[in-house]
Design a protein around this ligand. Structure first.
Ligand code: 5CA
Ligand code: ZN
Length: 412
């Protein structure tokens, strides 16, 4: 489907160190081993409600990776999905008396507008589940042939499931024990009590058609895709096995990313689905995780229509470290707005101290597992010095503005 408009990133003189990131599977920070073409898959929205600051924080994190890669001269192949056929869409559409496809299309449009305002570099492939059902059908067919999948014995609804024991390395991505998996599986869309499964943790690959639900034909019975196979198929078919980064919020570590990996790895044995699994912390409000079900959302679109500068939203979210669960507060936005003003005042000044050292610091901190709090401090220091500066005219102010735009996505 259509992505949002591309952004031309200005070139910043010099180069930064190679990117190092925390890998959830290895539980440590290590270099990202991207080649000339760097590849990334990030789990996209389920479009039944508007983009909130939690989503924004997650996509801004992967946008930084994209920007650092480009600054280091990698060609980036970035893929993002849209879960445009799933239960939450049907439930919300029924509640509001609208068509679920129209609801999805409207929310995807709003998401594109929010991402454009936040200056997020768009994915090269922005892919909906609906437009890739044939890829899922082919994938599930292969898993059935290999024995990694089975249909439950149910004449009415022969749903297809994946065998959790299909790969030897299952569980390496989250590292969770079975008790934790059981709890999270039930909490995050799994169906441990479905009769006919071999293992309570086996995840759904293909949901046989139910009355009133959309369905597509398949050799193993009409139905619709399960959730994890959607991302597995979209990523594998566009990036191949062992792409560089699989990303999303920490709520996707298990079951979603564990099974997306296992589905693909059962087809291409001996190769990891992704080289790095990168997860962002959860953004909350008033002490609670921000989520649609809790109803404590701060919407990007609402802030924008209140006249909040999108660059301030970006600065507010980047002020914390991406792996940290953190709260959005009025104070955080206020601080970001003051910081933005200080940066604008400084780059608007006629002269400032040389920029190269500050740019090197920003590059160094961002490449170090996206240490944005330190990167923003480095710009603060430069801005304070500039505002007190009595030296001769330099081109520093323009260079800082360019670097802050290219590397951090902040337009001054
Ligand atoms: N469509 C699936 C992924 S395939 C999905 O999780 N959709 S979502 O709309 O619920 O979330 C979209 C992205 O935002 C996911 O990467 C999710 O991990 C992330 N996310 C959701 N809530 C938060 C939050 N409160 N803080 C940070 N990231 C969040
Ligand atoms: Zn996903």
């Amino acid at each position: 489907m259509q992505s949002w408009p591309d952004i031309t990133l200005p070139t910043v003189p010099g180069a930064g160190p190679p990117l190092r990131l925390y890998d959830t599977a290895d539980r440590r920070v290590r270099p990202v081993s991207a080649g000339a073409s760097a590849t990334m898959y990030v789990c996209g929205i389920t479009p039944y409600d508007a983009t909130h600051l939690g989503h924004a924080a997650t996509y801004l994190t992967f946008d930084l990776i994209n920007r650092i890669w480009r600054d280091n001269d990698h060609a980036v192949h970035y893929v993002q999905n849209v879960t445009d056929v799933d239960d939450p869409l049907f439930e919300r559409a029924a509640r509001d008396g609208v068509d679920w496809r129209a609801l999805g299309a409207a929310e995807i449009d709003l998401f594109r507008r929010d991402m454009t305002a936040l200056r997020v570099v768009p994915p090269r492939d922005y892919v909906g589940a609906i437009e890739t059902v044939d890829e899922v059908v082919e994938f599930v067919g292969k898993l059935l042939v290999s024995g990694a999948a089975y249909s439950v014995e149910d004449a009415d609804f022969p749903d297809v499931y994946f065998r959790t024991d299909a790969t030897e390395q299952f569980g390496y991505e989250s590292g969770y024990d079975r008790t934790t998996m059981m709890r999270l599986f039930a909490e995050r869309g799994g169906d441990p009590d479905r009769s006919g499964k071999r293992d309570r943790l086996d995840p759904l690959l293909w949901r046989a058609a139910r009355p009133g639900e959309p369905s597509w034909p398949a050799p193993f019975g009409a139905g619709r895709p399960g959730w994890h196979i959607e991302c597995s198929a979209i990523a594998l078919n566009r990036l191949g096995p062992e792409f560089d980064i699989q990303g999303g919020g920490s709520d996707l570590i298990y079951p979603h990313h564990e099974y997306s990996a296992a589905h693909a790895e059962s087809l291409v044995a001996g190769r990891r689905f992704a080289r790095h699994y990168v997860h962002t912390g959860m953004i909350g409000l008033d002490g609670e995780k921000m989520s649609k079900s809790r109803g404590n959302l701060v919407l990007v679109s609402a802030l924008l229509s209140d006249g909040v500068d999108p660059a301030a939203i970006r600065l507010g979210l980047l002020a914390g470290h991406y792996r940290q669960d953190r709260m959005w507060t009025a104070g955080l936005l206020d601080h970001a707005q003051r910081r933005l003003q200080m940066w604008r005042d400084a780059t608007g000044a006629v002269a400032g101290p040389a920029a190269a050292d500050t740019i090197a610091r920003v590059r160094h901190h961002v490449a170090d597992d996206l240490d944005t709090p330190r990167a923003l401090d480095a710009v603060d220091n430069w801005a304070r010095q500039t505002l007190d500066y009595g030296g001769k005219d330099t081109d520093a102010t323009g260079m800082i503005a360019t670097a802050v735009d290219a590397l951090l996505g902040i337009q001054l």
